[in-house]
Design a protein around this ligand. Structure first.
Ligand code: MTE
Length: 323
């Protein structure tokens, strides 16, 4: 992310469908060759044409008033094979290939910091805390590409209420799993682990902020942040921490991975803003993943199109300084 700009991204990552399918054929062949050595169980987790088949497990979701209308969801295939998840490698295709190592059960989230009482939420209980809604959201990456994703989850505010934060908690920090045995790239990728993100409390409490357990009506695929992540549709994708194991309520602005790594490029707020360019590229337009060529380049919308719901959070702030 910090290391490359869109024009640096090899064309293999922006290929036409035909080239892409050829690459997939190659990977399927390679996977078949490795089958004997790896065993059937592991093979089933390796990126192959099979991997993008939707799982049998279904989540029960209800429609949501917060869902974005008039947009076309990106294919399940693209959502699950074009990812940023540096614990599993730095190339877009790496997470789909490598995230099989992640053990998502058992899983729990530890809640600490400024709370009435420290708690641990088991993932099964967490998934049942509130009815899950299907929310179609625009998803805009700071690298100037975008998707539309039908997520499943409920407002993070519902979870925060159950955490009972104290009144002096001004920020909330999300920490992702840091386990080099399951996430081997942690040892080679030069970021400060665990992956950490943070929000101001009012951003976290905004009803659009989604505690997310699934997409396309099934549990999150591992490469998309299983078993639980956050999603903030008006912010660049890196604010959405994946595979969360700890939520901390704090008084001061917490450290965040990308801000720490390149503070001039990745601000704490990271609201989608076509008027504030990244120092190395423009944010005015975005490449819409999977769209037909005549719709593949779209102008970026302020707050990614969610200004009506969130602009008031930033009233009076200089968004060039607080980028
Ligand atoms: N969370 C963790 N733990 N590790 C990561 O590398 N990448 C971020 C964010 N959350 C990342 C993460 C970035 S840069 C983006 S754009 C989104 O996840 C990508 O989400 P997606 O792969 O589901 O599209």
């Amino acid at each position: 992310m910090l290391i490359r700009k869109p024009s640096d991204i090899p064309s293999s990552e922006i290929t036409a469908q035909a080239d892409y399918m050829d690459r997939r054929k190659f990977m399927a062949g390679a996977a078949a060759l490795g089958a004997a050595a790896l065993g059937a169980e592991r093979l089933s987790n390796i990126a192959s044409p099979q991997q993008a088949v939707q799982a049998d497990t279904k989540l029960t979701t209800i429609p949501s008033k917060y869902s974005t209308t008039g947009v076309t969801p990106t294919s399940f295939q693209d959502i699950t094979t074009y990812n940023n998840f540096y614990e599993f490698g730095t190339e877009k295709s790496d997470p789909a290939r490598n995230a099989w190592r992640l053990q998502t059960s058992p899983w729990s989230i530890k809640v600490d910091g400024l709370v009435k009482q420290k708690k641990t939420f088991d993932i099964d209980a967490l998934m049942k805390l509130r009815p899950m809604e299907e929310r179609v959201y625009r998803h805009r990456c700071v690298e100037a590409w975008s998707m539309v994703i039908p997520w499943a989850g409920y407002s993070l505010s519902e979870f925060i209420k159950a955490c009972e934060p104290l009144s002096n908690a001004r920020y909330v920090q999300f920490l992702s799993l840091d386990n080099p045995k399951e996430e081997p790239w942690i040892k080679s990728v030069d970021l400060h682990w665990p992956y950490s993100e943070g929000l101001r409390m009012d951003e976290a409490m905004n009803p659009l902020t989604l505690l997310t357990f699934g997409l396309y009506g099934q549990p999150l695929p591992k490469q998309d942040g299983a078993p639980v992540r956050v999603v903030l549709p008006w912010k660049y994708g890196f604010k959405s921490a994946k595979s969360i194991v700890e939520v901390r309520f704090v008084k001061d602005q917490p450290r965040t991975t990308w801000n720490e790594s390149a503070p001039n490029e990745y601000g704490f707020y990271s609201n989608v803003n076509p008027n504030v360019d990244h120092p190395r590229w423009s944010q005015k337009y975005e490449r819409v993943i999977g769209a037909p060529f005549w719709k593949a380049r779209q102008p970026t919308l302020m707050f990614n199109g969610y200004g009506d719901q969130v602009a008031s959070l930033y009233q009076g702030m200089d968004l060039r300084k607080n980028f």
